[in-house]
Structure formats: structure tokens, C-alpha cells
Design a protein around this ligand. Structure first.
Ligand code: NAG
Ligand code: NAG
Ligand code: NAG
Ligand code: NAG
Ligand code: NAG
Ligand code: ZN
Length: 438
């Protein structure tokens, strides 16, 4: 009798403590997160191809109608916004081509992957913020994953070799197996996994071609493989997955359909400009020679099928004007036009880099796992809001960012978060025991 009383007392205190919100062991109910990016997966690529596995995902989880990348609609800037939750003007990865206008140095994306100075501009990506709060993270080919930030490296990094084919389906599956074993056998909390398709096919053949449909079928099979692999590794109840992209793709307009843009027709590039990145789709940057800025601006203002901006006059919605790295003149072509500099040597049949308001620049978003709603279709949102969502799922304190959890918490089953749910179920369990015993 005496024992029973003290037991009752103990249980009542325990219930009260839990209900009062004292967290249980922090990691106990934290689920893992896999972020997958398929480069250049336009929002509607699954609508004219049979995609049974992506369709199943929509039933298993959440699908957004589409989501909007930041300006610039390019691989490195957009991926880095997703992983930092910061606008491009803050994180300063302002082009795929890394560049130094003082020396005229230009380095393609794949050559800068291990050079921290291009990526580490004072903004911390999610990997590092999560690691600083005790989590284990990895990057598999994800842009920015191989750099150090404030001297810190991501716990585990795989870097793609320049020139290595991006479309080998066997390797895609091997990469999934590798990532699943990191989660299941080594207890990683966050892994970001990047695929270079359907971007390559979109550029080489154009978005509205049988080749693009073929690669979407390959991606769909890979998504099916991912679902099976999650089951095989018994991660169904502990792994959340977000599948998204960095931008869309549009068909490049060529002669005779249109008069292609050749900028040298409107201004003498050699005479007026000291640094340029042109011949790179629909987005261009220029540094005028000293005292020639007005001339460059006026000459391009008269050119058809493009919009020219002085950096400090860029629309606020672009979130680019504050960038230190961006040159003084920015040119955005109308959808489908390429900004050729002197000659038309441009071979791409599809491209991106255009205004992020264009539907062709929008991209996919899917999510599933224990923390996400089932069979839920969300309205469109900006990709910058993925960052606070990821922090919420991982139960970590976000670094300063420009996203808003209000835009994405609707996708979650319990927008109060996992720890609340853990407390509640622990309290219920104790109540159950109490009433059984007493
Ligand atoms: C990151 O830091 C580690 C340890 O200081 C160093 O070994 C590595 O080379 C650095 N990596 C990069 C990309 O700077
Ligand atoms: C694809 O990758 C697998 C595994 O690495 C390799 O055996 C195969 O030869 C590759 N196929 C092609 C076409 O490169
Ligand atoms: C886990 O997911 C796989 C693949 O969707 C499914 O076959 C399996 O039944 C699931 N297992 C559980 C326990 O939900
Ligand atoms: C491109 O500019 C020309 C000249 O202003 C105009 O006639 C044409 O309609 C434009 N093309 C497109 C596709 O907007
Ligand atoms: C984005 O977030 C950073 C960090 O909080 C802040 O300094 C910056 O002003 C924000 N940008 C905008 C446009 O609100
Ligand atoms: Zn691309």
C-alpha cells in the first residue's frame, strides 16, 4: 500500500513534468532528412510522361504545384539559396561561372567545388549549422558541399569529377545505396544528394523533346528505387525526403524563328567593356571600362528582346542589388533568347537564367516521410522557404535567413514540431500506465 502510494506520486509528478513541456532526450524523436536535387527539373516535366513512382510519391506525401527559384535561375546561385535560406545578394554565389573582374579570371562551376573562397562569403549553409548543433551531415555532389565555411568542413563529402558522365542509371542507384547506408549504418542526420539531370538533356536537346521524356522516365525509375531502398534499410519511419530542383528550362529561340541577339551590334564590347560573362544563356554581366557605364547602359537600353539594369537599380524582388560581387551592369534576355556577344556560336537547344516569374523557370517540389502530410497538394512558394522547413524537420535552430516557416509549415503533419509530439505521446503513455496500475 505504501509502495503503491509513492509509485502513484512518482507517476503523477512524471506526467506533470512531461505535460509541462520539459523536453525528453533531444534526439529521441528527431527524424532524418534527405534533400535530393534533380538539376533543371521543370515543374511540369511529369505531366506529359508516365511517371508512376512520382505519382505514388504525391499520394505518400506532399506535392507543390510548382516552386519559384531565386533570381538567378542558375545551378550554383539557386542551390546555394536552398541550402542557406539566403538571397543571392547575401550569399554572393552570383553565377555558375566564378569570376574575378579585377583579373578577368573565369572558372567553371566544377573547377571551384573545392575552393572555399568562392563559396564561403560569411553565410553558413545548413550542413554547418546542423553540425554545430550536434548533427551528422553529408553532401553527395551537392553544389557548395565541398567548400569549408569559417574553417569547417561538411562531415562527409563526395565531389563529382569534371567530365564524369552525369546520366548513368546504375551509378544513380549505387549513390542511393551509399546514402542509405550512411543513414542506416552510420546514423547521419542530413544528406544532400545532387543529380546533374535532366539539366544536361534539357540543354542538349531542348525541354520539349523525346530525349527529355526519356530522362524523366529514368528519374522516375530512380525515385522508385529510392522508395524501395528506404524500405530495405527500414528507414520508413525515421527518414524524411525532399525532392526538388534549382530552376526550369525553356527552348532557345533561333533563326529563322527570331533574330538572335548579338550584343556587339549595339555596343563595341572591346572598347567599352573590361569584363563580361555572355554567351551563357539568358543572363549576362558586364563591367564597363572606367567612365563608360552610361554609354554601355544607353546602348543596351535600345537593344530588342532584353532588359538592361544598373546593379543598384535592379528590382527589389531580384534580391541582387546589394551584392558586392555582381558587376555594375546586368542583362536579362526575354524568355528563350540567348545573349550572344560577338558571334552565334551557341549550341544549346534549351536554357535557363531567365526571369524567375516565367513559368518555364519554375521547378518541382515533393516531400514525404514521417513528418509530412499524406496526399497533400500545396500551393506554389519560393524555394527560399525550404530552408526553415528543413531546420524545423531536423529540430535545429536556424542561422539568420530570409525564408519564412509560415510559407511551408502547412506541409508538416504536426507544425508544432517533433519534440512537442514526443512530449505529448510520452505524457499519454504515462497516463495510461498510471491508470492501469492504480
Ligand atoms: C577544409 O579544412 C580542412 C581542415 O582544416 C582542410 O584539410 C581542407 O583542405 C579544407 N578544404 C577546403 C576545400 O578548403
Ligand atoms: C555505368 O556505371 C556502372 C557502374 O559504375 C558501370 O559498370 C557501367 O559501365 C557504366 N555505364 C556506362 C555506359 O558508362
Ligand atoms: C516501407 O516502404 C516500402 C517502399 O515504399 C514499402 O514497401 C514498405 O511496405 C514500407 N514499410 C513500412 C513498415 O511501412
Ligand atoms: C524581339 O524584338 C523585336 C524588335 O523589337 C520584336 O519585333 C519581337 O516581337 C521580339 N520578339 C519576341 C519573341 O519577343
Ligand atoms: C536576409 O537575411 C539577412 C540575415 O538575417 C538580413 O541581413 C537581410 O537584410 C535579409 N534580406 C532581406 C531582403 O530581408
Ligand atoms: Zn543548366
Amino acid at each position: 500500500m505504501k509502495m503503491k502510494t509513492s509509485l502513484r506520486l512518482f507517476l503523477l509528478v512524471a506526467v506533470a513534468t512531461c505535460a509541462a513541456g520539459k523536453p525528453l532526450s533531444k534526439a529521441a524523436d528527431r527524424n532524418k532528412l534527405l534533400l535530393v536535387s534533380f538539376d533543371g527539373f521543370r515543374w511540369d516535366y511529369d505531366q506529359d510522361v508516365d511517371t508512376p513512382h512520382l505519382d505514388q510519391l504525391a499520394r505518400d506525401g506532399v506535392k507543390a504545384k510548382y516552386i519559384t527559384p531565386p533570381m538567378l535561375t542558375m545551378t550554383s546561385p539557386s542551390h546555394f539559396t536552398t541550402i542557406t535560406g539566403r538571397w543571392v545578394e547575401d550569399h554572393e554565389v552570383v553565377h555558375n561561372m566564378m569570376f574575378d573582374p579585377k583579373t578577368n579570371l573565369k572558372l567553371p562551376h566544377k573547377q571551384t567545388l573545392k575552393q572555399s573562397k568562392w563559396w564561403d562569403n560569411g553565410v553558413l549553409p545548413l550542413w554547418i549549422t546542423a553540425q554545430n548543433q550536434g548533427l551528422k551531415t553529408a553532401s553527395f555532389y551537392f553544389p557548395g558541399g565541398a567548400a569549408n565555411y569559417s574553417g569547417q568542413a561538411v562531415d562527409r563529402v563526395r565531389v563529382t569529377d569534371a567530365g564524369h558522365p552525369d546520366d548513368n542509371e546504375t551509378e544513380w542507384r549505387q549513390n542511393i545505396d551509399t546514402v542509405m547506408s550512411w543513414f542506416a549504418d552510420e546514423d547521419f542526420d542530413l544528406v544532400t544528394l545532387y543529380y546533374g539531370e535532366p539539366d544536361n538533356v534539357g540543354h542538349a536537346h531542348g525541354p520539349d523533346t523525346p530525349d527529355r521524356k526519356r530522362i524523366i522516365r529514368q528519374i522516375d525509375r530512380t525515385v522508385g528505387y529510392l522508395r524501395d531502398a528506404i524500405g530495405r534499410h527500414r528507414l520508413n519511419d525515421s527518414l524524411n525526403v525532399i525532392i526538388t530542383s534549382d530552376h526550369g528550362m525553356t527552348t532557345v529561340k533561333k533563326r529563322p524563328q527570331v533574330d538572335e541577339i548579338v550584343l556587339n551590334k549595339y555596343l563595341n564590347l572591346l572598347k567599352l567593356v573590361s569584363f563580361e560573362i555572355l554567351d551563357y544563356g539568358g543572363f549576362g554581366i558586364l563591367t564597363p571600362r572606367p567612365g563608360r557605364e552610361q554609354e554601355v547602359f544607353d546602348a543596351l537600353s535600345g537593344a530588342p528582346n532584353l532588359t538592361v539594369y544598373r546593379k543598384h537599380q535592379l528590382p527589389e524582388s531580384f534580391r541582387l542589388a546589394k551584392s558586392q560581387r555582381l558587376p555594375p551592369i546586368v542583362v536579362v534576355a526575354d524568355l528563350g533568347f540567348n545573349l550572344n556577344s560577338r558571334f552565334i556560336v551557341y549550341v544549346n537547344k534549351g536554357d535557363h537564367g531567365y526571369h524567375n516569374g516565367e513559368m518555364d523557370m519554375k521547378m518541382i517540389f515533393r516531400a514525404f516521410g514521417p513528418d509530412f502530410k499524406k496526399n497533400f497538394v500545396s500551393g506554389p512558394f519560393d524555394s527560399i522557404h525550404i530552408y526553415p522547413l528543413m531546420c524545423k524537420v531536423l529540430q535545429i535552430e536556424p542561422a539568420p535567413h530570409n525564408g519564412s516557416l509560415e510559407q511551408t509549415q502547412d506541409l508538416l503533419l504536426h507544425s508544432g514540431g517533433g519534440s512537442q509530439r514526443g512530449r505529448l505521446s510520452a505524457a499519454l503513455l504515462l497516463l495510461l500506465i498510471t491508470s492501469t496500475l492504480l
